[in-house]
Design a protein around this ligand. Structure first.
Ligand code: HEC
Length: 183
């Protein structure tokens, strides 16, 4: 007997053996948790930035302004130099193959654009989505500086950020995009 036929028979048999009356799908009541997301909220959260830079907004930021953003909005959880705190470290560890191995932006993350994307949507953890685009470019540039990826004079924007070569860029095996050129 096919599975479809089995299910059909089971459905026919259910009203006869069940004490609960059948409930139409459009009358099912959910757990009454949360509230519907407004169109504005969905639009604000729907940005996606890709490794090649698609989705990056116009704007720019440099290391020095990023230092200020980091001191005011990040250091309480990640330490003044990103070396750690309740939010964990973002910099200051050796290579993943060394004795002090632990993931940071510098020794693990393959794309600088992901750092922008993550920070813009999720950080600071107590006020996600509150950073302006320029603040996000600035603090991204500063975190890259803390990791020795860019120098202290650097300014980054939508064109230059995707070109930053991350130290662990070659440390990943590409298995999910067969036939596609790597970004
Ligand atoms: C209130 C505490 C708090 C503040 C403030 C905060 N963070 Fe975080 N951050 C966290 C926590 C906790 C995590 C770990 C989240 C997780 O693993 O899901 C995290 C994770 C991160 C990560 C990912 C690290 C990794 O390798 O997985 C980055 C990057 C980051 N934060 C950047 C920032 C930046 C930049 C700011 C300031 C704009 C900031 N954070 C402010 C708590 C905070």
């Amino acid at each position: 007997m096919s599975i479809a036929r089995c299910l059909c028979l089971a459905a026919l048999a259910l009203p006869a053996i069940s004490a609960t009356p059948a409930v139409a799908a459009d009358h099912v009541v959910g757990p009454m948790l949360g509230k519907s997301a407004s169109a504005e909220l969905v639009a604000a959260r729907s940005s996606s930035v890709y490794p090649d830079g698609r989705g990056l907004p116009q704007g720019r930021g440099d290391v020095e302004s990023g230092r200020t953003v980091f001191r005011e909005k990040c250091a309480s959880c990640h330490g003044p130099a990103g070396e750690g705190g309740p939010g964990g470290h973002l910099a200051g560890r050796g290579p993943l193959t060394g004795p002090d191995a632990d993931k940071t932006v510098g020794n693990y993350w393959p794309f600088a654009t992901t750092l922008f994307d993550f920070v813009h949507r999720a950080m600071p953890m107590n006020a996600p989505g509150s950073l302006t685009v320029d603040e996000t470019y600035s603090v991204t540039t500063f975190v890259l500086f803390l990791n020795g990826v860019v120098d202290g004079q650097r300014t980054l924007d939508a064109l230059s950020l995707p070109k930053v070569r991350m130290p662990n860029r070659a440390g990943f095996v590409w298995i999910d995009a067969k036939g596609q050129p790597e970004p």
